[in-house]
Design a protein around this ligand. Structure first.
Ligand code: NAD
Length: 322
């Protein structure tokens, strides 16, 4: 850790940012939490509101609205700032606007002398993580996105419900883009140490079609929640809290964060959701699962979708290199 205090700076105090902050407070994850937002008044109001809950929590956190100079001795800078899609706006136009937002954030963070870990949640998260890495010039192992951590949690919840097993004993991952091309490598899905494919073979009452439906439900979960309540935030806030604990606690625990691939699964120079070991240095290493040929191909296709998106942005002069 940078100091003996566990310090987190949160940029973007919207729904996702504040769900994360509320979860940090309730789980007593850090000692100091700084809130930064373009809307300074909002950040101040949120800090006041959280501080008024301190008396009811087990935490002894210092929470305040700050500015980018506060990043100098932070352990983690978490970015969930972003602009929302305007009616009729294309995905590329939204991406261009968010790339601009990130320039206005990452530059002052690095100028402060910050030398910790970046954690990114803003969508499209894999692209925004790559942009953060390029803009900061940081070692890619110190820049991670939430990737498919939330999708993996959704998968485990649904599989746990269907198989009637505690989701914490379901070991299965969603890999690739946090988006439409993500997929479940079923060859790697287990209950305790037993493969789910084997469980299916032994139990005719377990319908393999239902497993495919579960995969589709996971892919469509965000759309369904957004249709019902306009945004998703509690689940991602808790996923971010879990990743933050892994970093601050130097846990070496496995999370499907968005990490830069450097030859793993035959892919390079792309950020996507892959099971990775996370500790105080960020990504200690990306695990290489024994995917089938078909699964490796699906991961490659998902990486290509991300590469095309980033290249489209770069062609337009908004890539982090320009
Ligand atoms: P929101 O609109 O509620 O909050 C965004 C905040 O960013 C606002 O407070 C705004 O003032 C701030 N902001 C905008 N530009 C800024 C700048 N230049 N500097 C500092 N602050 C700035 O949005 P939200 O619901 O909190 O969502 C935030 C992001 O998280 C979105 O991109 C959303 O798609 C994403 N998200 C990601 C996941 C995931 O799994 N990774 C899940 C849900 C949402």
């Amino acid at each position: 850790m940078i100091t003996d205090k566990r310090k987190v700076v949160l940029v973007g105090t919207g729904m996702v940012g504040m769900s994360y902050a509320y979860s940090l407070l309730n789980q007593n994850v850090c000692d100091e939490l700084v809130l930064i937002d373009l809307d300074r008044k909002r950040a101040e109001g949120e800090a006041m509101d959280l501080n008024h809950g301190l008396a009811f929590s087990a935490a002894n956190m210092k929470i305040y609205a700050g500015d980018y100079t506060d990043c100098s001795d932070a352990d983690i800078v978490v970015i969930c700032a972003g602009v929302a899609q305007r009616p009729g706006e294309t995905r590329l136009a939204l991406l261009q606007r968010n790339a601009k937002v990130f320039r206005s954030i990452v530059d002052p963070v690095t100028s402060s002398g910050f030398d910790g870990i970046f954690l990114v949640a803003t969508n499209p998260v894999d692209i925004m993580t790559k942009i953060t890495c390029m803009l900061s010039g940081f070692n890619p192992r110190k820049v991670l996105g939430t990737g498919t951590a939330l999708d993996t949690a959704r998968l485990r919840y649904l599989l746990g419900e269907y198989l009637r097993v505690d989701p914490r004993n379901v070991h299965a991952y969603v890999m690739g883009e946090h988006g439409d091309s993500e997929f479940v490598p079923w060859s790697q899905a287990q209950v305790a140490t037993k493969c789910i494919t084997e469980i299916c073979e032994e139990n005719p009452e377990i319908d393999r079609k239902r497993l495919s439906e579960i995969e589709k439900e996971v892919q469509g979960a965000a759309y369904k929640i957004i249709e019902a309540k306009n945004a998703t935030y509690y689940g991602i806030g808790m996923a971010m809290t879990r990743i933050t604990r892994a970093i601050l606690g130097d846990e070496n625990s496995v999370h499907t964060v968005s990490a830069m691939l450097k030859g793993e699964y035959g892919q390079t120079d792309v950020f996507c959701g892959v099971p990775s070991i996370v500790n105080k240095n960020g990504i200690q290493r990306v695990l290489t699962l024994s995917l089938t040929e078909e699964e490796t191909e699906r991961l490659g296709q998902s990486c290509q979708v991300l590469r095309d998106s980033y290249e489209e942005l770069a062609r337009d002069g908004q890539g982090a290199e320009s």
